[in-house]
Design a binder for this molecule. Structure first.
Ligand SMILES: Nc1ncnc2c1ncn2[C@@H]1O[C@H](COP(=O)(O)OP(=O)(O)OP(=O)(O)O)[C@@H](O)[C@H]1O
Ligand SMILES: [Mg+2]
Length: 395
């Protein structure tokens, strides 16, 4: 059928034509944002889930809610380097400047920018920010990240409150941030939340993000919920496919739908990819049939292998690939590192550095001590397609 009218949207963070199965989280966030504006407590969210389940899409949705409620918002994406503070500094600067542009805040913004300037100068790896005001020493330049972030959040929160608005920062790929930095972020925000200031963060990351400990954990639990999002259940997955087609006057044959639900297991990215390819191969004009789906499966699989899976596995060394392949041999879910090593004829210690590398780059995570699991759904099947034979020992 006409590719121009194809409604499906596989891609990183691309809004799906029908955003289904996430009403609870979206509604809760909208309530929290409204409560914060009223000077009440409101619990934001730290979303966790595997690759391609729709975390970034949710953060974008939260931004939309925030915009609709008169908030200023900024989006930050953490990279593999794990640096957070410099990215926050740039984000805060953008928020302050846009608040000033829209609300003509004047003197108060000059002070807030001065505080931010002092914060940034104190950072060992501070970005080069053009902040054309005098430094304001004191609130955010002690050198202790938690204290300084608290100073910044309070500063921004007060400006927002005094001008009848709020601030939402969305932070994506938060799992790359090291534990002490994450704790500093939580402690910093906690101060602003104690003062009931209308400023908050919504974050997203891989399942390893849910490992906050100690004092930071008890603070975090007061300020956030931790929804884990994953594949869509049967009804929602159906809706994700049926609604966008229906909007174009096209129906899905029941058997065709079932086949796609079966191969994708309801994972959002895969639904979009298989929906897209089935649409493209179908002759239509009014229905997508089982035959269309069967013909599109090899195409969709190849697209996923070249795009989704390859991109998310990044550059891998030979030993890493062998390790991933051995994991795949043991099954789709969590596997014991000891068994992976045994399968490769090596000791766990021998392969410690390979395992560490995969964890650091977030190709895998460790759900429990001594266990390791892929962060990408159905990655085991991809590894078996990529490397059909299990290698004997890593090079
Ligand atoms: N609730 C949903 N219903 C239907 N499709 C969805 C839903 N959420 C996300 N998608 C689709 O899934 C794909 C992946 O979404 P997104 O990039 O937000 O995932 P992610 O969890 O951020 O992945 P990654 O960890 O790789 O960054 C997109 O093509 C998006 O359109
Ligand atoms: Mg994402």
């Amino acid at each position: 059928m006409d590719p121009v009218r194809n409604p499906y949207s596989p891609g990183a963070g691309t809004r799906p034509p029908a955003l289904v199965g996430r009403d609870r989280e979206i509604d809760a966030m909208d309530v929290a944002l409204q409560r914060l504006l009223l000077g009440r407590d409101g619990r934001s969210q730290l979303l966790t889930g595997l690759r391609g389940v729709g975390k970034t899409v949710m953060l974008n949705e939260f931004e939309q809610c925030a915009g609709g409620r008169g908030y200023f918002h900024e989006h930050i994406e953490v990279g593999e380097d794990g640096k957070l503070a410099p990215r926050l500094a740039s984000g805060f600067r953008r928020v302050l400047l846009s608040m000033d542009a829209k609300r003509r805040i004047g003197e108060r913004i000059v002070r807030a920018l001065g505080v931010l300037k002092a914060f940034n100068l104190k950072l060992p790896d501070g970005p080069e920010l053009t902040i054309d005001v005098d430094v304001v020493l004191g609130p955010a330049d002690s050198g202790d990240l938690g204290t300084d972030l608290a100073g910044l959040f309070v500063e921004l929160g007060e400006v927002a409150r005094d001008h009848g608005t709020g601030v939402l920062l969305t932070i994506d790929e938060l799992h790359y941030v090291a534990q002490p930095t994450l704790e500093a972020l939580v402690m910093g925000l906690h101060r602003a939340s104690q003062l009931r200031l209308p400023i908050t963060i919504a974050g997203a990351g891989l399942p390893s993000l849910a490992t906050l400990t100690g004092e930071a954990k008890s603070y975090a639990e007061r300020m956030f919920t931790f929804p884990s999002i994953g594949s869509l259940d049967g009804d929602a997955a159906r809706e994700a496919l049926v609604v966008p087609a229906a909007d174009e006057g096209v129906a899905w044959e029941e058997r065709a739908l079932e086949r796609v639900l079966d191969v994708t297991r309801g994972f959002p990215y895969f639904l979009q990819e298989f929906g897209k390819q089935a649409w493209d191969v179908s002759d239509g004009p009014e229905a997508i049939t089982l035959d269309d789906v069967e013909r599109s499966i090899p195409v969709a699989t190849a697209e996923l292998d070249e795009g989704f899976f390859r991109v998310r596995s990044g550059r891998t060394s030979d030993p890493e690939r062998s390790y991933l392949r051995a994991m795949a041999e043991l099954g789709p879910g969590a596997v014991r590192s000891g068994e992976v090593a045994a399968l490769l004829g090596r000791s766990t210690t021998d392969l410690g550095f390979v395992r560490e590398g995969l964890l650091r780059r977030a190709l895998c995570y460790s759900p429990r001590w001594g266990e390791i699991e892929f962060t990408v759904p159905m990655f085991d099947e991809f590894m078996k397609r990529w490397i059909p034979e299990l290698p004997s020992a890593p090079g």
